[in-house]
Design a protein around this ligand. Sequence first.
Ligand SMILES: [Zn+2]
Length: 141
Amino acid sequence: MPGANCVFSNCGTNRREKYDGVGIFRISQRKSPLYSAWREDVISIIKKYRMDDETFKRQIEACNISICERHYKQDDIEFTSKGRKALVVGALPTINLPARSHQAKLAPARRPLTIVNQNAQNTTARIVIRILRSYVKELRN
Ligand SMILES: [Zn+2]
């Protein structure tokens, strides 16, 4: 099943038994501005780490992109009432990312991986996402 593997090339997490317990999250297909902005943010991060080839374009069109939990901080993952792992709305993959393959020559290795959000624009939806995230965090504390 294409898309069942983690989209990051260095990872290799997939849905086989071997990885039982490692959550794999599919990018949300919801159409609302909030989810669209979230999806765009996630896709722009992925694009920094993999070739923007035909396969990937087709995956984007089909919203058939999965990312495993290894790329999210613990705070970004919550449990549903059924005990399943789910992403907090607006959570972005920020850890265990691969080296930038196709951009390595353009951007020397000095740039730390932590600046992946630098280009995020402050659209209304992104601000809403931030507010929601802090709200969810407060609820949990
Ligand atoms: Zn992964």
